[in-house]
Design a protein around this ligand. Structure first.
Ligand SMILES: [Zn+2]
Ligand SMILES: [Zn+2]
Length: 398
């Protein structure tokens, strides 16, 4: 009989327990009391919004995409901004935050995942913070780059001071300038901190429970478009776990990812550079692998057509991937070399791009049609041949 290994004992962290339970209560009472006695001055909303954006983006663009994943490069000014306002989010120093987060990716859904969703929604959301972490020292091995960064070490040392000064002192001061110091403290300090806390916590809880898995079925992370606006774009979490080094989480132009837009703007201003993105054919391959796996599961019980159907789908998938590779390569070649080419050569490659784009659209349409056919198919002896012929026709005509 297997004897389970002893799990390290966890002690309750009373400071965190007090902080995470008292601040939402104090914020709710304080904001309501202020509203009843002083109305709703626009200055409070302004201070709240400024502090919300600065601290929220410092967590998503700074703590997460820059310090934890190094998905781009940025200069000292922006680094300091992220460190100062990241501390004001009161979610620990970036050194500890990034060590936890790197282990979350490395051990996702396992015992050493600090916010393992397998231990329940509440545990992944905030329960894990209420206990001391038995792996805290071990996790530091994760971050040799951060341990060498003097700014990061400075922030780690001064973290409690920064929380007091920037999370609460600054909004109170901004409120004072606008004639509402207590409003600034309550809205821009306390209430804003609680909102940003739970906005981050939702990624560890809800984005591992609700939503689709378009890029990987190997872990619990989900893409959730409702969470995306609440979390500055981090709701596209299934993509993020598959490709954590990509600077985007919502990769399509229509997917709400405020952090992506912020990085794009700071790049235009020269503050951010070398945004890392995964090549489009690799992203497509991940998506098609998932869809192929689901199709295989759907057809698994039908031994009469299983193999032939899979062969046809494999051909369609390969054609789709090749079309994407040709199209992306032509586009990359064109953008790299257009300065040195003659007008005639540029025209030629533009025609190629147009042609490849049409082939890509046809391959995409065929794949979509095939998936609809497979998903709508229900087993019946008489329908087998009709199904196979229809599937073959989809890919034959394109
Ligand atoms: Zn996650
Ligand atoms: Zn991450």
């Amino acid at each position: 009989m297997d004897i389970p290994a002893d799990k390290p004992k966890r002690k309750i962290n009373y400071l965190n327990l007090f902080w995470l339970t008292s601040t939402p209560i104090a914020a709710a009472i304080g904001v309501t009391w202020y509203w009843v006695h002083n109305g709703f001055p626009w200055a409070n909303l302004l201070v709240f919004t400024l502090m919300y954006l600065a601290t929220g983006l410092s967590i998503t663009a700074g703590y997460h995409r820059y310090y934890s994943h190094r998905s781009y490069e940025c200069g000292k000014v922006l680094q300091l901004f992220y460190l100062i306002f990241g501390a004001a989010a009161a979610q620990n120093s970036v050194l500890n935050w990034a060590c936890d987060h790197r282990d979350h990716h490395r051990y996702v859904d396992g015992e050493k995942d600090p916010y393992n969703i397998g231990k329940g929604f509440f545990y992944a959301h905030m329960g894990w913070i209420l206990y001391s972490d038995p792996y805290a020292n071990e996790r530091k091995k994760n971050a040799p780059d951060l341990l060498k960064d003097p700014f990061v070490l400075w922030q780690d040392r001064w973290y409690p001071f920064l929380v007091v000064a920037v999370s609460f002192g600054l909004p109170t001061f901004l409120g004072l300038l606008l004639g509402h110091p207590l409003g600034g403290f309550l809205w821009g300090g306390l209430f804003r901190m609680v909102v940003v806390h739970h906005m981050t916590f939702l990624i560890n809880s809800a984005a591992h429970v609700w939503g689709g898995k378009p890029y990987s079925m190997n872990n619990s992370a989900r893409d959730n478009w409702i969470l995306a606006p609440l979390t500055f774009g981090e709701g596209y979490h299934n993509f993020h776990h598959k490709f954590p080094a990509d600077w985007r989480n919502g990769i399509r132009w229509h997917q709400f990812d405020l952090t992506k837009w912020w990085l794009w703007i700071t790049q235009a201003l020269g503050l951010t550079s070398k945004l890392k993105s995964v090549p489009e054919p690799l992203i497509l391959k991940a998506r098609l692998d998932v869809e192929m796996e689901k199709a295989k599961q759907k057809l698994a019980s039908n031994s009469t057509i299983r193999e032939k159907a899979q062969e046809a789908l494999d051909r369609g998938r390969q054609r789709f991937l090749s079309a994407m590779e040709r199209y992306q390569k032509a586009k990359t070649d064109y953008s790299r070399a257009k300065r040195y080419w003659s007008a005639a050569m540029r025209r030629e490659i533009r025609n190629d791009i147009r042609q490849y784009s049409k082939e890509l659209a046809a391959a995409r349409q065929a794949w979509g049609q095939a998936m609809r056919l497979v998903n709508g198919f229900s087993y019946s002896g008489a329908k087998n041949m009709v199904f196979l012929t229809a599937l073959a026709d989809i890919f034959r005509s394109r």
